[in-house]
Ligand binder design. Sequence first.
Ligand SMILES: [Mn+2]
Length: 320
Amino acid sequence: MHIPEKLSFEALDEITKASTIVIISHRSPDADTIGSNLALRHILEKQGKKLISACVDAVPNSLTFLHPDPHFQQSFDLNTVDLIICVDSGSPSQVAFIKEYPELLSGKIPLINIDHHASNEGYGTTNLVYPEAASTTLILYFLFQAWDEKITADIATCLLYGLYYDTGSFMHSNTTEEVYEVAGQLISSGAKLEPIIKNLFHSHTVEQLRLFGKVFENAELTAKNIIIAGVKQEDMAESGAKSGDLSGAIDYLSMVKNNTFAAIISEDGKGHIRGSLRTKHDDINLSEIAGLLNGGGHKKASGFTLDGTLEKEVRWTIRK
Ligand SMILES: [Mn+2]
């Protein structure tokens, strides 16, 4: 991927002019949005900026292990801010604070939108949107290079965290030669892979595994080879799992042989259904399918949120 010089310096210019900057991570935060947020923090802190890291949802401690004092806030005063940076947020609804601050995207305050979701329509005043990038942290890596910023060991760990997560530990099809090259560079810069692996893949709770068990139990393969599982609030309660514990279950469903795509639809307990979709096929665009349900994401991994609850339907077919 290549960031045009003009664009990287336009972003730097906005940062230089600003004194208080809010860096916003998307709702239901993941390792890419948090790694991006914290990597940027490390860079901007050195420049003496006043920084707010914000996310509308509470950020689990497990995601902030990269930074001793991550300062994530679930609310902030927009009046004190003179630059907004959104990381890894494919749409205004992912930015989420628009409910609290409808003027957030009005353009009155400059907004740098750094993202790699195919569905991102460029809601910022400066848009660094590269769907070909495996992670938002990969975009930041090239941005920091363009800005001539030294990538310290801490920054490298933050960047590798997002890259490792968004490529499914280098297993997803977005793992290009460039991904391996950058990962190698980050390790040379001192990135610590071991805590990342431990944090992302070896940190399940028993309750979470019980919830995964429910997902597998409920999973069905449709006539079109779509593997789909519904998760009701009862499943969450019976397993003792917390919200957010479902993350990662979709990767296991995708392991089913010859599936067209995998889907998990779950009740969030607040009157919404969250859908998560994954495919390994190049000719299926899940971002478009999620788009039909007001969602979005990537071609091979997307999601949506709808109002409602889940009801299981049983269909019977008589074949001659
Ligand atoms: Mn991402």
